[in-house]
Write a new protein. Sequence first.
Length: 262
Amino acid sequence: MVTPLRKRTLEGELYRRDANIEAKLVELESLTQDELVTQCSIRSRDDPNYVPSECLVYFVRASRSENNNAGFERLYKILAERVLRSLPRAENADGKTASMTKTTIRDTVFGKFVELLSQDRTEYSEKLDFFEIRFDKTLRNMKLDAQKKAWRDENRSVSLKDDEETGELTEEVERAAGSFDPFSQSEIDDPDYRSQLDAAIDTLPPEQMRIIEMLRKGIPIDSKDTDAVTIAKVLGKSEKTIRTHRDKAFAALRAAMSGGEQ
């Protein structure tokens, strides 16, 4: 029998898992421990035997009441790997250096998640119930909280304005834009992220919005192919101008999606 959640709403009602998750839990409970671990090890969400993370969290927690430490260790390892894969990689593109901000975010979120699991091993932690309801959304909220704190700690709460004398981007804008990719594949698959991104794009000035939407559709800023459709051609502006507007837009999106913190 699947154990119900204990977390209650403000109205006093118990939170409930999605019906599909409940049905999957009933199906998985019939498996042996080895079969469960094997199925939980499947990484592809397209695989029909893929175990949703909400279910994985359930069985990790259930091992406590079953006094099954061996089962906990095997399933915990799989769960920890999933959490780490969903967090930003600390390594920069050069493969030789690492982003201190991303390292901080990664360590903060993973550390908090492990702390919640550890607490739950001793005494039921209602905060973990959210991971059985909407795992991806809950983890993403943790990442956003960690991002805000990391950017505050690095004193990045600066005004994103152009240099008044030269019209060029300030160093703060370049730094904010250069370290942010709103279309990162690791984020764009999350429907909650896409919804937040769409809302942020709607706040941009019209020209920046047009550029972002064209970038989203895969249209290049410029191209050596004279017949290619490019953003510079469509808008009738130079490549440099388009890139300047893009960087302003990226910086503004980053600010909007982090609650105003840079």
